[in-house]
Ligand binder design. Structure first.
Ligand code: ADP
Ligand code: MG
Length: 622
């Protein structure tokens, strides 16, 4: 080893400490704030939104190394514009205490200085009360050049040769497609949290995101994700904890829509897109037993809470947040989503063909008081009340009502017959497995077994939830012969089975069980395939195969339902089909079986018309 130690390792002489030149400081800071092209877009669009812009136009070229962000916000005076590019220069906070009540996107005053340090940046900006604007050109090496210029009110930032001064960063950039993907995802989120802002993202020649800024979340959601009518598959979520001033609102998919990845659960906190594991976990909990394992909902949920209850300053690019009361957040989000699903029920299958969701909804709007005082939190006015529990088949219309401003008619095209039941007609059976229905939306294909299983599950569950389950005695009962393991399970869990409504006596030595009563609901509908004894034996067998130390009640109910339900392959009469459909449509959570398999699929009338080159259905068909 050489005795000459490198200058950075321990030496006996004390090295000289220097204050770094600001250009170098900015370059180092840029490492934190400006990670990739998407971070530049984020900082600049957020500045535009902080400046009150209602229109933001984003252009991206050269895989993200050339960017132009134009806004119609309040712009900057010549004096402010020069200051804006200095380090830690901000108009958004002034004193320490402001840090506890951050209501703007920016506050660090680092972005412009950092971006300027790693690119060639030109800014043109003008305020409304000045008849000319200011142009500032920064280059990573030289002094800023400032000239008066003619331009519209607002600000245009042009970034060229991003990262040309930091080759290391340039090397770490991913493929252009990956970087552009990040930009697109970011703009989608900004668009969703600002439905009242017209946002356009053009990547090279392609318009990747374009929203109309009409103020409606559902319309913006549809525009962003290219969903023509989010009314059918998505429902409104809204719940407010008045005491704490916490609120959650937004859209979530019915379990008919399943995604294989968690990244379709978009979460926003006080209008800021953040990764929030507390909210995601709460959503997964709300969909438990509605989606199969590994499947997730598609949603955009907005949590609003007092600024003093959340710390947004834990991450340099503000992607994560920390809560004062994470349990409250979890509980609120979970109940909001579950209640929304229960309130919507089967009606989501029959949503009117126009957008059925809120029309003038601005997610998580922060009022001016949010920005000024820690105690000045005022609840967004859209949280009027808790949604009603499921009580009629008009839930969708009812939940729309929560969002309707007073001057908008609440009349939506009705999807229900005058008797309040969904307007469906049983056409017949396909492969002795699917029931075909005509609905106002098209041709609905219902899996007869899964639909019936869901209905039985809810019936058993309902009976189990009443304190003393009603049992139905069996008069003559043949003993069931068990395996020794089944005998042990029956003995060990006898009281759990009794809680479900079963009664039996056991002859342990003989491995036999004599059933004397079964849950009364079992007999409520005719057409069981199996004798109660065979049915019970199946349930027992199911548990003998596992190694559960406790009887998992929901699994037990699911097994009971599966064996009690109509089967695939059963030939059903017209009235059998009507019964299966009516029972299923009366379910609170009618989308999937207890293990998450989907129940129904609609081939939309539009799709059929398009295939057959028919512009619309004849009047007599409607
Ligand atoms: P921060 O947003 O944290 O304050 P920035 O470096 O992003 O810091 O911006 C510095 C300042 O420049 C802002 O506080 C704001 O006053 C001004 N500014 C930046 N972008 C714009 C814009 N698009 N329109 C108007 N003012 C802007
Ligand atoms: Mg900023």
């Amino acid at each position: 080893m050489s005795s000459a130690a490198p200058s950075t390792s321990k030496t006996t002489t004390s090295p000289t400490i220097r204050v770094l030149p600001s250009a170098l400081v900015n370059k180092i800071a840029a490492g934190e704030v400006v990670e990739r092209p998407a971070s530049v877009v984020k900082e600049l669009v957020e500045n535009a939104l902080d400046a009150g812009a209602t229109k933001v136009d984003i252009q991206v070229q050269q895989g993200g190394r050339w960017l132009r962000i134009a806004d119609n916000g309040h712009g900057m005076t010549a004096e402010n514009a020069q200051r804006a590019f200095l380090n830690h220069a901000t108009s958004k906070i002034m004193v320490d205490a402001d840090l506890d009540t951050i209501g703007t996107f920016g506050f660090r005053g680092e972005a412009l200085a950092s971006i300027g340090a790693v690119s060639e940046l030109t800014c043109q900006t003008r305020t409304a009360d000045c008849d000319h604007g200011t142009q500032i050109t920064l280059s990573a090496t030289g002094e800023p050049a400032i000239t008066p210029t003619g331009c519209a009110v607002g600000t245009v930032m042009t970034i060229a040769n991003l990262f040309s001064t930091v080759p290391a960063r340039l090397k770490f950039l991913k493929k252009a497609a990956t970087e552009l993907g990040h930009v697109e995802e970011l703009v989608q989120r900004l668009a969703l949290s600002h439905p009242n802002v017209q946002l356009t993202l053009t990547i090279d020649e392609r318009v990747a995101v374009k929203t109309s800024g009409g103020g409606s979340l559902s319309a913006t959601f549809g525009e962003v994700f290219h969903i023509k009518n989010p009314g059918g598959d998505f429902i409104n979520v809204t719940l407010m904890d008045d005491g704490l001033n916490y609120g959650v609102s937004g859209l979530t998919s019915t379990p008919a829509v399943m995604k294989s990845q968690r990244n379709h659960m978009l979460t926003f906190v006080n209008q800021r897109a953040v990764k929030c594991s507390v909210m995601s976990k709460a959503m997964e909990a709300a969909y438990q037993s509605l989606l199969p394992p590994g499947k997730y909902p598609f949603s955009a949920l907005f949590l609003t809470l007092p600024l003093s209850e959340v710390d947004v300053n834990v991450h340099p690019t503000k992607k994560e947040v920390r809560y004062a009361q994470p349990n409250v957040v979890f509980g609120l989000v979970k109940s909001a989503v579950r209640r929304a699903l229960e309130a919507a029920g089967a009606n989501t299958y029959f949503a009117p063909p126009v957008a059925a969701l809120s029309e003038s909804f601005v997610p998580g709007v922060l009022s001016a008081s949010h920005f000024s005082s820690p105690t000045g939190y005022s609840a967004p006015s859209l949280f009027h009340s808790y949604p009603e529990p499921r009580s009629s088949t008009q839930h969708i219309q009812a939940s729309i009502g929560l969002y309707q401003p007073a001057n908008v008619s609440t009349e939506a095209p009705t999807a229900t017959a005058p008797n309040g039941r969904p307007n469906v007609k049983v056409i017949g059976q396909l492969f002795n497995t699917y029931i075909l229905l005509e609905t106002p939306q098209g041709l609905m294909v219902v899996d007869q077994h899964i639909a019936s299983e869901r209905a039985w599950f809810e019936r058993f569950k309902c009976a189990e939830e009443i304190e003393a389950p009603i049992s139905q005695p069996l008069l003559a009962s043949t003993p069931i012969i068990l395996t020794p393991k089944e005998t042990a399970i029956a003995a060990e869990h006898q009281s759990s089975f009794e809680a479900l409504g079963f009664q039996f006596s056991l002859a342990v030595a003989e491995n036999t069980l004599t059933l004397s009563a079964i849950p009364a609901v079992y007999g409520e509908s005719a057409g069981s395939h199996e004798s109660p004894q065979t049915w019970f034996a199946h349930v027992l067998n199911q548990f003998a195969q596992g190694d559960a130390t406790e009887l998992p009640l929901d699994d037990c109910l699911a097994t009971m339902s599966c064996h009690r339900a109509v089967r695939a392959g059963d030939v059903l009469s017209h009235s059998d089909m009507e019964h299966v459909v009516a029972d299923w449509l009366a379910c609170t959570l009618p989308w999937t079986c207890p293990h998450g398999r989907p129940i129904a699929h609609t081939i939309k009338a539009d799709e059929l018309n398009r295939f057959f080159h028919r512009p619309s259905l004849p009047v007599s068909a409607r």
